[in-house]
Design a protein around this ligand. Structure first.
Ligand SMILES: Cc1cc2nc3c(=O)[nH]c(=O)nc-3n(C[C@H](O)[C@H](O)[C@H](O)COP(=O)(O)OP(=O)(O)OC[C@H]3O[C@@H](n4cnc5c(N)ncnc54)[C@H](O)[C@@H]3O)c2cc1C
Length: 322
C-alpha cells in the first residue's frame, strides 16, 4: 500500500455509499494537489462490482470481495501497512462504521485523529482540517503536529465528482490473523426496507414523540413516501419502540444532510438538532410555537400534526392526480 492518502469506503446493498464517493473525490483531490496517489480500501460482498464506480472518482481501489468488513477487522487490516508506511493520511466517512473504524485505527496504529471534518486542504504538503463540531455551531481549523493521522469527514462536505482519469483496481492488503475479538452479530436492524437510506435520502421526514405512537408514525411514513423521501426519528420515538434505532437522527444516531428535513412533533433538542443542522431546508410542524426546533427551522408550521399532515397528504395526492 504505497499511497500516502488512504480512504476507507463502505458498501450498502452492493453499491458504494454516497459518502464513499465523496471521500474518494476528496482523496483524489488531495493526491492531485500533492503529486501523490490516493487509494481507497473497499472490503465485503459487492466490492469488486462497486470498484469501477469508485475508481472513476480518481482513486486506486484496493478490493477484497470476501474479506471481513467489520470496523475492527478493517482497522486491523490497515494498521500494519499504515505503521510500516509512516506519514499516511487516512480519510474515513463519519458514518457509524467509519467512526468505529477510525477509533480502532487510532489505537492500533497509534495515530492522532481530527473528527467532524467539513473541509480538508493541503498546506506545505500536510492536511489542514476545517471542523464543525457541536453540530456546526463552532468552526475550527486544525493541523496534525506529526506526520500521519486519521481524518473523519462529515457527509456532504465534498460533492462526489468523477475524475478525468480513473484509478486502478488492485487487491487490498492481506488481512492479518485476527488479534482482537470480533463482535457477535445478534440482530441486523432493517432501517428502511424500501426507499433511500436515511443518510442518502434527499428528503427526510422526522417523527418525534409528538406523533404519539403507531398511528402518528404511519402518517409521517405516508408523508415521507408521498414526497419520495424516507422516515427518520428522534431518540424519544425510538426509545418508545415506535421506530427502528437505525433511523435515529442526532448525537447518538445518524447525522444527515438532506435537501429537506421535515420534522413532525419534534421539539428540536440539541442532541437531535446536531444531526440535522446542515440540512438544506428545515421545516417543522409542532403545536408549540415556542418549540426549540423553531431556532433552526426555516419554517415552523404551528399546528396539530394529526391535522396538518393529512392536509398535506391530500394536497400532494390532488397534485399527483391533476
Ligand atoms: C446523551 C444524550 C444523547 C441523546 N441523543 C439523542 C439523539 O441522538 N437523537 C435525539 O433525537 N435525541 C437524543 N437525545 C434525547 C434528546 O435530549 C431529547 O429528549 C429528544 O430528542 C426529544 O425527542 P422529541 O423531540 O421526539 O420529544 P419531545 O422533546 O417530547 O418533543 C415532542 C414535540 O412534539 C410536539 N407535539 C406533541 N404533540 C403534537 C401534535 N399532536 N402535533 C404537533 N406537535 C406535537 C411537542 O410540542 C414537542 O415540541 C439524547 C439525550 C442525551 C442525554
Amino acid at each position: 500500500m504505497s499511497a500516502r492518502i488512504v480512504a476507507v469506503g463502505e458498501l450498502a446493498g452492493g453499491r458504494p455509499t454516497r459518502l464513499t464517493l465523496e471521500i474518494a473525490t476528496l482523496a483524489a483531490g488531495l493526491a492531485a494537489a500533492s503529486g501523490d496517489r490516493a487509494a481507497l480500501v473497499l472490503v465485503g460482498e459487492g466490492a469488486s462490482s462497486a470498484a469501477p464506480e469508485v475508481a472513476a472518482h480518481g482513486v486506486d481501489v484496493l478490493v477484497d470481495e470476501t474479506g471481513d468488513a467489520a470496523p475492527v477487522a478493517l482497522a486491523e487490516r490497515l494498521a500494519g501497512p499504515v505503521r510500516e508506511a509512516g506519514a499516511t493520511w487516512l480519510l474515513l466517512g463519519a458514518s457509524e462504521a467509519g467512526r468505529e473504524t477510525a477509533g480502532h485505527l487510532v489505537g492500533l496504529a497509534d495515530l492522532p485523529i481530527l473528527a467532524a471534518a467539513v473541509e480538508v486542504r493541503l498546506e506545505d504538503g500536510a492536511p489542514w482540517v476545517g471542523q464543525a463540531p457541536w453540530g456546526g455551531r463552532l468552526r475550527t481549523e486544525s493541523a496534525f503536529t506529526g506526520s500521519g493521522g486519521v481524518i473523519v469527514v462529515r457527509p456532504g462536505s465534498q460533492a462526489p465528482v468523477p475524475a478525468g482519469a480513473p484509478g486502478r483496481i488492485l487487491p487490498a492488503p492481506a488481512a492479518p490473523a485476527p488479534t482482537l475479538p470480533r463482535p457477535e452479530l445478534l440482530e441486523r436492524s432493517a432501517g428502511n426496507a424500501s426507499g433511500p437510506s436515511i443518510e442518502e435520502a434527499r428528503i427526510v421526514v422526522g417523527a418525534g414523540r409528538g406523533t404519539g405512537g403507531a398511528e402518528g408514525v404511519a402518517l409521517v411514513r405516508a408523508l415521507a413516501d408521498a414526497l419520495g423521501g424516507t422516515i427518520g426519528a428522534t431518540r424519544a420515538a425510538v426509545d418508545s419502540g415506535w421506530i427502528d434505532y437505525a433511523l435515529q437522527i442526532g448525537q447518538t444516531g445518524k447525522q444527515i444532510r438532506p435537501e429537506l428535513y421535515l420534522a413532525c412533533g419534534v421539539s428540536g433538542a440539541i442532541q437531535h438538532a446536531v444531526g440535522v443542522r446542515t440540512a438544506g431546508t428545515i421545516v417543522a410542524i409542532d403545536r408549540d410555537a415556542d418549540a426549540p426546533i423553531g431556532e433552526i427551522a426555516d419554517l415552523l408550521a404551528v399546528g396539530d400534526l394529526f391535522a396538518v399532515v393529512p392536509a398535506l397528504l391530500e394536497r400532494l395526492e390532488r397534485r399527483r392526480s391533476s
